[in-house]
Design a protein around this ligand. Structure first.
Ligand code: F3S
Length: 282
């Protein structure tokens, strides 16, 4: 059987940077907290927990903590969250991906200039919530083409459109096309991360050429879900797995070619494990 692993599978630059940051803080002997799980991957979060890293889900949990470091994950947070964190006796280490910080700066600047901010993305995703916090939560968040169709902006305001870094590029373009056709006054900032675009394009290409496709990632990882969506369109035998344990190899006996890709928060060892298993169990 022919097994093709996407070159772009696995940790992206921002995720790797955030995890390395947590490890650096552990090495300093600090008590380390992360605001929310550092990435959407249960195995990685568990490994860190074993090293003493504690996930806090709300800032209030810091009230009883007298020292230590809190790491802001790659998704970033709102300005308000940063100001709240600063009130506690705890060191803040910001591991927001620089590509996300760039969106924060654009949104803050354009909002101050009077633009209506439009975020194309998943409205409940922490990255989008964080971005929205840089324009006083005034952004309009649009998730689908039909939402873009029915959106009626304030005619007095120019629109500044940004996207969640992991949004599907084609969908983003389709939504922007709708605004262009309606001749809205828009400033489009394509803030989709290259890593995402490359990963999505490569996954689609491999899926098209494979009898079966494996997408590896955490079940809450939105970029992995999007990869699954893209691959399913190209290859009907696409499977979403978190680890090797979810793999039903019997299903694969009849396939001649299998493609493998993985979300930005999937550690390399899991990808390797799946790849080795698929190769050798045939
Ligand atoms: Fe950053 Fe792109 Fe990853 S925005 S967190 S490098 S997907």
């Amino acid at each position: 059987m022919n097994v093709t692993v996407a070159k772009s599978a696995g940790f992206c630059f921002g995720v790797k940077r955030a995890i390395d940051t947590v490890y650096q803080e552990i090495e300093k002997g600090e008590k380390v907290f992360t605001l929310g799980p550092i990435i959407h991957n249960e195995q990685v979060v568990q490994e860190l927990e074993e090293k003493g890293v504690q996930v806090i889900n709300s800032i209030e949990e810091l009230a009883d903590i007298k020292d230590g470091t809190v790491v802001i994950r790659s998704h970033g947070v709102s300005e308000q969250v940063i100001r709240q964190l600063e009130k506690y006796d705890i060191k803040i280490v910001d591991a927001t991906c620089p590509f996300v910080s760039k969106i924060h700066r654009i949104v803050q600047e354009k909002y101050r200039e009077g633009f209506q901010i439009v975020i194309i993305g998943n409205r409940t995703h922490p990255e989008v919530e964080g971005i929205n916090g840089w324009c006083e939560n005034s952004a309009i968040v649009l998730e689908t083409v039909s939402e873009a169709e029915s959106f009626r902006p304030d005619p007095q305001k120019k629109l500044c459109i940004v996207s969640q870094t992991t949004f599907n590029y084609k969908k983003f373009k389709d939504m922007v096309d709708i605004f262009e056709k309606k001749s809205y006054d828009i400033l489009v900032m394509n803030t989709i991360c290259n890593a995402t675009e490359e990963r999505q394009t490569e996954a689609g290409t491999i899926a098209r050429q494979s009898d079966a496709m494996l997408v590896i990632g955490g079940k809450h990882s939105s970029n992995t879900q999007k990869l699954y969506e893209i691959c399913s369109k190209e290859c009907p035998n696409t499977y979403f797995i978190q680890t090797l344990d979810d793999l039903n190899l019997e299903l694969f006996q009849s396939f001649r070619s299998v493609g493998i890709t993985a979300g930005a928060s999937t550690p390399n060892n899991i990808i390797k494990e799946v790849q080795t298993y698929v190769r050798h169990e045939q």
